[in-house]
Design a protein around this ligand. Structure first.
Ligand code: NAD
Length: 292
């Protein structure tokens, strides 16, 4: 087997296009997804039979999994592989600082390097290879991973040496994104109640001081179009905001806005468990007489 073989576990909304970009950059990829590898594997990647098969045949394994619990279970399966070859695990998932710290400790104890590397930019950024990669881990690994990170990302940040530091930055980013989506939904509905067209409201805000990621991107491209197809599940955003709030409370920093925003997302998830996160607008609209 050629040196520097790469594995990818989790070929979902993010993982499949990220993996396709790694293949396009010339990396030799073996891949696995619990929901069915063959139908999710990008062209040019080799489907592995199991996590153990992948762990026995690759040097660096990338993960893009739903949450910290699943990333932890997959790391346990890698560690349990008797004839494993893996020497480095890079987790692109949003897992939270505690899960990332625990995974790093377990893997390091077994001689495996761990790089905590959550991403931002959504499915569109994953397809375009323009994600923001927020990484924490040993400096030397950043150099080794430069080709891979450049293949999936447009902006690469090495925010520290310890697993969990990257998760902290990722969670605070998603808290801001979640807040923008929730607040913009309420604000737009307020304007609509006064009979102003939604596109006019957005055009005005987007050249004014209220501009944010929801008003500039999610609303014009996913809400006004009625497509609600950002490719990021409400369940995952709600998980991220809850994780943020949990960690803020551990850190002892202020949580007033975080509490309100987390409560709002919990209600959206209860109302629309299978929704895209941009559908928060539809959820909030359902509480008003304006509606859509
Ligand atoms: P997803 O649910 O679309 O994909 C996850 C994939 O993991 C699925 O294909 C699933 O079958 C697979 N999987 C689950 N358990 C597994 C296991 N035990 N072994 C192997 N495969 C398993 O999720 P996604 O939207 O691609 O998100 C992945 C991660 O990236 C999450 O942590 C999410 O928070 C984060 N993220 C998502 C976005 C986005 O816009 N979708 C943006 C940034 C970060």
């Amino acid at each position: 087997m050629a040196a520097n073989t790469f594995g990818f576990i989790g070929l979902g909304n993010m993982g499949a296009p990220m993996c396709a970009n790694l293949v396009a950059a010339g990396l030799s990829m073996r891949v696995f997804d619990a929901a069915g590898t063959a139908e999710r594997a990008p062209e040019g990647a080799v489907a592995a039979d199991s996590i153990a098969d992948l762990a026995a045949t690759t040097d660096t394994v990338f993960l893009s999994l739903p949450d910290g619990k699943i990333s932890g279970l997959v790391c346990d399966a890698v560690l349990a592989t008797a004839d494993r070859r893996v020497s480095r695990v890079v987790d692109f998932s949003t897992t939270g600082p505690e899960a990332a710290g625990a995974m790093g400790a377990k893997l390091n104890a077994a001689g495996i390097t761990f790089v905590d590397a959550p991403v931002s930019g959504g499915r569109a950024g994953a397809i375009a290879g323009s994600l923001t990669v927020i990484a924490s881990g040993p400096e030397s690994d950043m150099n080794d991973l430069a080709t891979a990170f450049d293949a999936v990302g447009g902006n690469i940040f090495h925010v520290g040496e310890a697993p969990g530091q990257a998760q902290a930055v990722k969670l605070l980013n998603n808290f801001l994104s979640a807040t923008a989506m929730a607040a913009t939904s309420e604000a737009v509905l307020f304007g609509q109640k006064y009979g102003v067209d939604i596109s006019t409201i957005l055009d005005c805000v987007n050249v004014s001081s209220g501009r944010n990621t929801a008003s500039a991107d999610k609303f014009p491209n996913r809400v006004v179009t009625g497509t609600y197809d950002a490719g990021f599940a409400t369940a995952l955003m709600t998980k991220d905001v809850a994780l943020y709030l949990e960690q803020v409370r551990v850190a002892g920093t202020p949580d007033e806005i975080g509490s309100v925003v987390s409560g709002r997302w919990n209600a959206v998830l209860e109302d629309m468990p299978e929704s895209d996160f941009t559908e928060i607008y539809r959820h909030i609209a359902g509480e008003t007489q304006t509606g859509e």
